[in-house]
Design a protein around this ligand. Structure first.
Ligand code: ARG
Length: 489
């Protein structure tokens, strides 16, 4: 009544005042009806709370799958006779219009309607009347949202598996090209033994292949239908869950209603697989950054993947790998966030679960953008084979080959190791490679050394000798390339 100026109140008689207050109470009730659940409440939700609890700003991303799920639900409700064929037709017509409104950006999202589900349901009711109000029979937002996320994630997993495939194909192409390009292999970031660059790249193909396997496996557990669980206990309507599962392409129904609405382990599992993908990307990034530094100079990245410095004109920075390394932290963070989100929740659904979406969405976005860019960037890596070879040559990387040579001549490995250690010390002091020592000098370290030793001390001889499945020999790299292509075909 405060809205009414005192003067006006004084001019009105008792009856008029009564009429006005009744009118105001009705208007107030109408306003509170803005919420689908507000009938039992005696005051409207505060503006702050509304903004705090609303998820529509981010979950509107689920609109397409929300409609897909609702349509399957409506088809089932009509089939079991809970709604009429006319209701079903009205719902389908309304949803079609809503889908096109959303697609074209004409749909009016309202924070007053809290989330994507209530926004769509309200619009449906505006468009088709009572049929829209019947759609939510035998369903709750709890099983609805769990279904939506699973439908959505399933599609994104498929995209990610495709992107991992693209990245592997790029790496395979480079590996084939560089099956015989020699570089130093490292342990402890110290030159260890010569390897081929192709072999090094194929190591990442293995990692990304396992990452794809993990996604395929995770998808199986994502692809189960929560609908039918309703709020938590199931529903008294004669629903047909198997039919909905089939309509939506789910492999099975979630077997327990309490579990179906409450657990987000499928999302956590996905984020764990995602964190591993980014971990592999991050290791590759770290190597690209090291390889590209002027001191190492093994590769160059195309200019389109780098940026300059605003103050140092000579700089060309590997921004993309650096950012990918940085974004790995954020994806790992999402995994920890979701694990923490879940750990304290009693059965069944709790609003905490609304917090599953942003980390999940960001994980998917980060992974897709990163894999897309890496698939292209890895094809553009320009290899400086001379620098790689020189680095392998300078690091006494064939010392193990010399030890193995002595073993073949009959020495126990430990003795051979000691003799070669002395030879390395000598060569280091002389500032030359083992292969540059004369035969006479080498024989000083062990008399069984012959002229054939120089073959073993050559980098090419060293890598070629490691010719078994999984070894670094060019022939084995080509075999690995063929096997990987086969796997991906
Ligand atoms: N926006 C909610 C979510 O993301 C939908 C489910 C709401 N359920 C409820 N009982 N309030 O989890």
């Amino acid at each position: 009544m405060q809205e009414f100026p005192d003067l006006m109140l004084r001019l009105l008689n008792r009856r008029e005042l009564l009429e006005i207050s009744t009118l105001l109470i009705m208007t107030d009730q109408f306003a509170r009806k803005a919420h689908a659940w507000s009938a039992r409440f005696s005051e409207p939700v505060s503006e702050l709370v509304k903004r705090y609890t609303a998820s529509v700003d981010f979950d509107k991303r689920l609109a397409r799958v929300d409609i897909q799920g609702s349509l399957a639900h409506a088809v089932m409700l009509a089939k079991v006779g809970v709604i009429s064929a006319q209701d079903r037709a009205d719902i389908e017509r309304g949803m079609q219009q809503i889908a096109s409104e959303i697609e074209s950006g004409r749909f009016q999202w309202s924070i007053d309607l809290e989330d994507v589900h209530l926004n769509i349901e309200r619009r449906l009711t505006d468009l088709v009347g009572d049929a829209g109000k019947r759609l939510h029979t035998a369903r709750s937002r709890n099983d609805q949202v769990a279904t939506d996320i699973r439908l959505w994630l399933r599609g994104e997993i498929d995209t990610l598996i495709g992107l991992l495939r693209e990245l592997q194909l790029s790496l395979i192409e480079q590996a084939e090209k560089h099956c015989a390009t020699i570089m130093p292999g490292f342990t402890h970031l110290q030159v260890a033994q010569p390897v081929t660059f192709g072999h090094h790249l194929m190591a990442y193909v293995e990692m990304f292949a396992r990452d794809a396997e993990r996604l395929v496996d995770c998808r199986k557990r994502v692809n189960r239908l929560p609908l039918g669980a309703a709020a938590l206990a199931g529903t008294s309507y004669p629903i047909d869950r198997a039919m909905v599962a089939e309509l939506l392409g789910f492999d099975a129904i979630a077997a327990n209603s309490l579990d179906a609405v409450s657990d987000r382990d499928f999302a956590i599992e996905f984020c764990a697989a995602g964190a591993l993908i980014m971990t592999h990307i991050s290791r590759l990034s770290e190597e690209l950054i090291i390889w590209m530094s002027a001191r190492v100079g093994f590769i160059d990245l195309p200019d389109r993947y780098c940026t300059g410095s605003s103050i140092m004109p000579q700089k060309k920075n590997p921004d993309v790998p650096e950012l990918a390394r940085g974004k790995t932290g954020r994806v790992t963070g999402h995994l920890i966030g979701l694990l923490t989100l879940m750990k304290g929740q009693p059965l069944a659904y709790n609003k905490d679960n609304q917090e599953d979406k942003e980390p999940l969405f960001d994980t998917v976005d980060t992974l897709q953008a990163t894999l897309r860019i890496f698939a292209d960037m890895m094809l553009g890596v320009e290899v400086k084979a001379d620098r790689m070879r020189q680095a392998a040559f300078e690091g006494f990387s064939t010392a193990t080959d010399l030890a193995d040579y002595l073993v073949r001549k009959g020495l126990p490995f430990r003795d051979a190791h000691e003799a070669v250690g002395a030879a390395v010390r000598h060569a280091q002091n002389a500032g030359v490679d083992l292969s540059q020592l004369s035969l006479a000098v080498l024989q000083g370290f062990h008399p069984s050394i012959d002229a054939d030793v120089f073959e073993v001390l050559q980098l090419e001889g060293s890598v070629a000798s490691r010719s078994h499945p999984g070894g670094t020999a060019p022939a084995q790299v080509l075999a690995a390339v063929a096997a990987a292509r086969q796997r991906l075909s």
